[in-house]
Design a protein around this ligand. Structure first.
Ligand SMILES: [Zn+2]
Length: 176
């Protein structure tokens, strides 16, 4: 099991890990390339996976899309936004008008781009034979779950053109 963040888990299974009994490995603070985004982490490093794929990471992606200066927010403001982000997206995607739904969809698409790069950066190193994706973000956001499912479905076609993702073709991926 590779725990990437508190609210997002990517479980990569392979023989090496099976022999070790799937001991959890914490990958939240592995740095990743992030398509031009730069986020300083509380640990002092830059672009740690948890600054993108956790609930807080999603909240920051929302701020970027709104051009809100999240760096100027206090810790309690950030915590409040982090706790409100999943309900806000759910309501926005279900009850919002067309413009709102497009906006929230674009926030999720940016999250997907970050997930893709994290897979390229971390998953590529492990060459797993199976992947399980789960966590609060996935279980609370059916629309994101659908995007991830669609992403894995198109890998056999797209993976041929993406050297860093072609290892995903043929892998059994479960999204819980
Ligand atoms: Zn960190």
């Amino acid at each position: 099991m590779i725990r990437m963040t508190e609210s997002f888990e990517l479980i990569l299974g392979n023989e090496v890990m099976a022999r070790s009994g799937y001991h959890p490995v914490w990958f939240g603070h592995a740095s990743m390339f992030a398509a031009g985004d730069t986020r300083t982490c509380e640990c002092g490093s830059v672009n740690c996976i948890e600054t993108f794929l956790s609930k807080k990471g999603l909240a920051i992606t929302y701020c970027d899309a709104q051009q809100k200066n999240w760096k100027a927010m206090s810790a309690s403001e950030t915590d409040k936004l982090t706790e409100s982000i999943l309900p806000a997206i759910t309501v926005g995607l279900v009850e919002g008008d067309a413009e709102k739904r497009r906006f929230w969809d674009s926030v999720l698409s940016r999250y997907m781009l970050h997930l893709k790069y994290s897979l390229r950066n971390v998953g590529c190193a492990y060459l797993p034979s199976e992947i399980i994706i789960k966590g609060e973000i996935i279980s609370s956001l059916p629309q994101l779950k659908e995007k991830i499912r669609a992403f894995f479905e198109q890998i056999p076609q797209q993976g041929r053109h993406d050297h860093y993702l072609h290892w995903l073709a043929g892998i059994v991926c479960t999204i819980e």
